[in-house]
Design a protein around this ligand. Structure first.
Ligand SMILES: NC(=O)C1=CN([C@@H]2O[C@H](COP(=O)(O)OP(=O)(O)OC[C@H]3O[C@@H](n4cnc5c(N)ncnc54)[C@H](O)[C@@H]3O)[C@@H](O)[C@H]2O)C=CC1
Ligand SMILES: O=C([O-])CC(=O)C(=O)O
Length: 440
């Protein structure tokens, strides 16, 4: 079976594109995987895309009556090895679902369909929704077939964003919340909280230069998360991620609700960039490329594992060095191009939306969801580390350990070299919360 690495966001995009082009399709002809594939074939779309659609639509959704989130488990993560044939979507769901589609698909004349469309039943909150990332991210989340409620929070300018988005005819209901007094209401009953609140870089700044402002913002927001939706998945985007995630962990610990499986630093943009740059450099089909990125999310702490690129591809030493440096400096590339008007917003929104969609699929019972993220980890001696993780209903089900085995000499050295900086950033975050606690 051909390995399929299409990302979850592309999958839903395909289904939306198809349904937009065929508006009567849903009412006249419930979209069985088979009929979709026939339509794709008629339109000359590649088989792989059709198969991807079939696999997504074959994923059963939990109904609102079903158990949505099981009780928190505080055991340390288990580490598992990932088959070299697996993608972040996993190998088995794609192939087995394809097989099940092939065997179960009804004849075109039949009207009984075993397929269940995604059921919008999850509540997502975006904190910092009025900002450069917040706005396009909210739009992309509004497009998700899995979201029933989208709560948008900011300290200003969020009313108009919510009014605007609420006109899109997708399932979720959009509600705006402005200012600290409305934060608790925004968070009640939320399944996934995404935090892009905070200031972005200007040319000449490092991400760590944002610490003084963003540390306090993240601390306050996560305190409210702890009080109002302690069971939610928490996605931290605000920089410096290497420190803001440890800050969030300390806050949650002090509130007695820390579940390391549900706290994530969003590093998806590093993977998105690595995939794009490698595909470009090696003239590969973008849809096939998958490069794991480990470590952290700043400068040399961003470590793309080019030796683990799928499909297998060889790089010269020069190529490895140039690609690694470009991926590490890609944020700065955007900051400089924007010349004072902020940092990456659109690509970040795309990447964060992919991570949200993956989390929702995991919550919804898809047992084959993999993403790279910055999480509490025992892969190295550092307490937080980005690597590929398997996501499930309870958050991180396993950290994928074999991807940091058998590294190239270049990667081994880069891994050792990043540890000091990453440790300092983690310690800085923890010290910040300790200091605030003593002062209070
Ligand atoms: N993790 C990653 O890969 C990336 C992270 N970032 C980071 O994301 C953050 C946001 O970037 P942008 O959206 O471009 O900035 P922005 O300035 O355009 O938007 C930030 C938003 O946060 C809001 N905000 C500020 N304080 C808040 C508070 N206490 N509560 C709620 N909202 C608050 C602002 O009103 C604004 O709407 C920055 O820290 C940036 O460095 C940016 C790109 C990639
Ligand atoms: O570079 C920045 O400041 C924003 C960021 O984290 C990125 O684009 O990766």
């Amino acid at each position: 079976m051909e390995r399929n690495q299409t990302n979850p966001y592309q999958i839903h995009t395909l289904q939306r594109i198809f349904l937009c082009k065929n508006p009567s399709f849903l009412t006249e002809n419930p979209p069985s995987p088979l009929s979709f594939i026939r339509n794709c074939a008629r339109k000359g779309w590649v088989y792989k895309m059709a198969a991807t659609y079939a696999s997504t639509f074959s994923v059963k959704s939990t109904s609102s009556a079903g158990p949505r989130i099981s009780p928190m488990q505080r055991k340390p993560f288990s580490s598992i090895n990932l088959s070299p044939k697996s993608s972040f979507l996993g190998s088995q769901s794609q192939s087995s679902l394809l097989v099940s589609h092939n065997t179960k698909a009804p004849k075109s004349s039949q009207r009984s369909y075993s397929y269940m469309p995604p059921h919008a039943s999850y509540k997502v909150a975006v904190l910092g929704a009025g900002g450069g990332i917040g706005q396009p991210l909210s739009l992309l989340i509004k497009m998700s077939p899995l979201v029933s409620a989208l709560n948008l929070y900011d300290i200003a300018n969020v009313k108009g964003v919510a009014a605007d988005l609420s006109h899109c005819n997708t399932p979720s209901v959009v509600v705006d919340f402005t200012g600290a007094a409305q934060l608790a209401d925004c968070l009640k009953g939320v399944d996934v909280v995404v935090i892009p609140a905070g200031v972005p870089r200007k040319p000449g700044m490092t991400r760590d230069d944002l610490f003084n402002i963003n540390a306090g913002i993240v601390k306050n927001l996560v305190e409210a998360v702890a009080d109002n939706c302690p069971e939610a998945f928490v996605h931290i985007i605000s920089n410096p991620v290497n420190s803001t995630v440890p800050i969030a962990a300390e806050v949650l610990k002090r509130k007695g609700v820390y579940n390391p499986k549900k706290l994530f630093g969003v590093t998806t943009l590093d993977v998105v960039r690595a995939n794009t740059f490698v595909a470009d450099k090696k003239n590969l089909k973008l849809i096939d490329v998958d490069v794991p990125v480990i470590g952290g999310h700043a400068g040399i702490t961003i470590l793309p594992l080019l030796s683990k690129t799928k499909p297998e591809v060889s790089f010269s030493e020069k190529e490895v060095h140039e690609l690694t440096v470009r991926i590490q400096n890609a944020g700065t590339e955007v900051v400089e191009a924007k010349a004072g008007a902020g940092s990456a917003t659109l690509s970040m929104a795309y990447a964060a939306a992919r991570f949200v969609e993956s989390s929702l699929r995991a919550l919804d019972g898809d047992s084959d969801v993999y993403e790279c993220a910055y999480v509490q980890s025992d892969l190295t001696e550092l307490p937080f580390f980005a690597s590929r993780v398997k996501l499930g209903r309870n958050g991180v089900e396993a950290v994928i350990s074999n991807e940091i085995e058998g590294l190239s000499e270049y990667e081994e050295k880069a891994l050792e070299a990043l540890k000091e900086e990453l440790k300092a950033s983690i310690d800085k975050g923890v010290a910040f919360v300790n200091k605030q606690t003593v002062a209070a």
